[in-house]
Design a protein around this ligand. Structure first.
Ligand code: ATP
Length: 263
């Protein structure tokens, strides 16, 4: 998918975003500028507004005020499918998967959906070969070629998460949002999965919401720390780790807790 990188050359930009639910302001002037190809982890305490930010970026919610730009083009207030067509794809944990379709069929659906050929049957047929090839390629990337005809519901949890990532990238989106991609996985599965995510998102812009600090520090080029609806730091893992404000607001207690649990 070709994109025109105007607007400062950022893949994704949040400008002074605000979001209220009723009288409660949840996002309180969040700003962030992500460069093309960067991998960014959004971290912060429970209830800080991380999922709400994802919902504002992917179009599930419209902001109360402020702007969201995708490759320089305003996307705030647009419908999720429009934003998807403009090159941003979000995983919804395993709910994108059709449990009674095979691995291959799930991936092909992802490709066809992104091509927008669901209703134009003659065009659908002419593109089916392309979609088959792309689905085969994706299956190799997510290391599920050996499970081509297995129904999604019969995959292991980790395989379902890999399939989910495959569907998310199927349309060739340049900006990928992953919600806690390794949640529920064992330590070994997590390590393998981080490597897979790095590989399949190579050259794309990646945003994740993540609680596991091992994943965050293993995956992210830069970390955005959200506290009470604001981005209080956005920097490299080393600098974020050393930032006194982050230590105080969040990271000190989380790292101590995860070290105590043996992570
Ligand atoms: N649709 C909604 N209507 C009303 N309040 C909402 C809605 N969505 C989120 N909130 C509130 O916004 C606040 C932030 O929620 P959000 O899920 O964005 O936080 P989070 O940082 O992702 O938290 P967690 O780490 O626990 O997942 C919470 O107080 C939540 O109750």
């Amino acid at each position: 998918m070709a994109h025109n990188d105007s607007g400062g050359g950022f893949a994704l930009e949040l400008r002074d975003l605000h979001k209220s639910f009723g009288k409660t302001e949840i996002i309180r002037g969040a700003s962030l500028a992500v460069r093309p190809g960067e991998r960014v982890a959004i971290i912060g305490p429970n209830g800080a507004g991380k999922s709400t930010l994802f919902n504002l970026i992917s179009g599930r919610f419209a902001p109360t005020s402020g702007e969201v730009l995708l490759h320089g083009a305003r996307i705030d207030g647009r419908a999720p499918f429009e934003i998807n067509r403009m090159g941003l794809s979000r995983s919804f944990q395993i709910t994108n998967i059709f449990p009674r379709l095979s691995v291959f069929e799930n991936l092909r659906c992802g490709v066809l959906w992104s091509l927008g050929y669901r209703y134009a049957f003659w065009r659908f047929l002419s593109r089916l070969q392309d979609a088959n090839e792309r689905a085969t390629q994706l299956m190799e990337m997510i290391q599920l070629s050996g499970k081509r005809d297995v129904l999604a519901m019969n995959l292991t949890y980790a395989e379902q998460r890999a399939l989910e990532v495959g569907i998310t990238i199927a349309g060739g989106a340049s900006v990928i949002l992953l919600d806690e991609p390794t949640s529920g996985m064992s330590t070994t599965e997590t390590t393998r999965f981080i490597a897979l995510i790095r590989e399949v998102t190579e050259g794309r812009t990646l945003l994740t919401v993540e609680h596991d600090m091992g994943v965050v520090f293993g995956l992210a080029d830069r970390i955005a720390v959200v506290v009470y609806g604001e981005v209080i730091a956005f920097d490299t893992p080393e600098r974020v780790r050393a930032n006194p404000r982050v230590q105080e607001a969040y990271l000190g207690s989380v790292i101590a807790a995860q070290q105590a649990e043996g992570h």
